[in-house]
Write a protein that binds this ligand. Structure first.
Ligand code: FAD
Length: 400
């Protein structure tokens, strides 16, 4: 026997929870299948201004804003010893009339706020279980679960991360490749204030990014090759502190790494379709990009907002929320935003790692022009914070 909902979401990460809140908040009967997470996530997320607006509109931001630190300035520093080095580039939020580009928050606080808001919604059913199989039929999609009866719905939203079962079930292939690099994540206490400035050192192995947290704390994402990642991760507390301080050129004074760290292998991957055959993909199920320029979850939240907007409109007209034309419109609405950011992040990353002198020169010249030409710099900042072309309603502060 199957239970039913109008929409079933697989995956209770930040993208899945956001879609669940947007849909159930608009009265769409939604089931959220979420398997209990195995390990803590010590990462933080830099949420750009339009994502903060969306979370505020959904009643989430009010529950976690006290835990977030504003990002008012972003500095890019070429920390390679190369012949053709780029100049230091400053992006300042007040140059484009913003108080801050966004806010950095620990994932545990963001997830707790999303979870608390989701549990208030009567149209949302939480199913704490693992989806084992997804069967797609003409009129519905059925999710088989590990520990209980299956659930059938008109539409399944795959928010099930980089190894998405939903993507596989819909037969959607991906394009991309592994970078053969790892990102190490730490949270730190430090002696000197960060002054709401995020600093990204571009080194020959990848970026070393310090992002403010409230008070005298910051998060760190350090990209290195996997062997170096294992070496750094195995350092004792004192050695680790010295290693980080050295790589940070002591800009935050003495640092004190907090217990725990994360290791993530870096890859870039984009689904060839974002929706097909009663399955829509959001978040890392749809696209994976390296942690440069804080784009990953910000894209994922725009996916959640875009699919919710289309589903709510179809639901209000009594239409089929899993219909093929809705899938096409969702795919079309997300392709440009995801494609352009994936391309830009990949290019920035590859040009940093490349030994090819002309590419290093072109990179340096681009950053020089950005630093020198105000209108260009402001256009990049505006586009970085939110896509100029038709952002979803939630990103403009309107309910879906
Ligand atoms: C080092 C690092 C730093 C980053 N920093 C930023 C940043 O500053 N800003 C930014 O925007 N992005 C950032 N990102 C990207 C961001 O972390 C991801 O985009 C985001 O976590 C993806 O969320 P998600 O909900 O799509 O997937 P996930 O968080 O992976 O959630 C997927 C969920 O689905 C569940 N699941 C999977 N399969 C099943 C199943 N079969 N049944 C039931 N449940 C299932 C999993 O248990 C999990 O809970 C960073 C990424 C990294 C690696």
């Amino acid at each position: 026997m199957s239970n039913t909902a109008e929409v079933v979401i697989i995956g209770g990460g930040p993208a899945g929870l956001t879609a669940a809140i947007a849909l159930a908040g608009a009265g769409v009967e939604t089931a959220l299948i979420s398997k209990p997470s195995r390990q803590g996530d010590n990462r933080t997320t830099a949420l750009l201004a339009s994502s903060v607006t969306a979370l505020d509109t959904l009643g989430v931001w009010q529950r976690c804003r006290a835990e977030a630190a504003p990002l008012r300035v972003i500095r890019l520093i070429d920390d390679t010893a190369r012949l053709l080095r780029a100049p230091e580039v400053h992006f300042e939020a007040d140059e484009i009339g913003l108080d801050a580009f966004g806010y950095n928050i620990e994932n545990r606080f963001l997830l707790a706020a999303l979870d608390a808001r989701a549990r208030e919604l009567s149209s949302l059913t939480f199913v704490e279980d693992e989806a084992e199989a997804v069967a797609i039929e003409d009129e519905r999609v059925t999710i088989r679960l590990k520990g209980r009866d299956p659930i059938a719905a008109r539409l399944a939203i795959g928010a099930d991360g980089r190894r998405s079962l939903c993507r596989q079930a819909a037969g959607i292939a991906t394009d991309g490749r592994n970078y053969r690099q790892s990102a190490l994540t730490f949270n730190l206490g430090h002696r000197r204030p960060h002054h709401d400035v995020s600093t990204e050192f571009h080194t020959g192995t990848g970026p070393f990014t310090l992002v403010p947290l409230p008070g005298l704390r910051s998060s760190l994402v350090l990209v290195v090759d996997p062997g170096e990642a294992s070496r750094i991760a195995s350092l004792g507390a004192g050695e680790l502190a010295l290693e980080i301080e050295r790589r940070a050129h002591s800009i935050l004074g003495k640092v004190e790494p907090e217990p725990g760290h994360g290791v993530f292998s870096l890859a870039i991957e984009t689904a060839q379709r974002f929706a097909d055959r009663r399955i829509a993909l959001i978040g890392e199920a749809a696209h994976l990009i390296p942690p440069i320029g804080a784009q990953g979850l910000n894209l994922g939240l725009r996916d959640a907002a875009a699919i919710s907007e289309l589903v709510v409109a179809a639901h209000r007209c009594g239409g089929d929320v899993g219909a093929a034309d809705l899938a096409d419109r969702y795919d079309g609405s997300r392709r440009m935003d995801v494609g352009s950011r994936t391309f830009a992040v990949d290019l920035l990353h590859r040009s940093l790692l490349s030994d090819f002198l002309p590419l290093q020169g072109a990179r340096g010249l681009s950053l020089f022009l950005i630093e020198r030409i105000g209108p260009l710099r402001r256009a990049i900042m505006r586009e970085g914070v939110a896509p100029a072309a038709a952002p979803p309603r939630l990103m403009r502060g309107e309910a879906p």
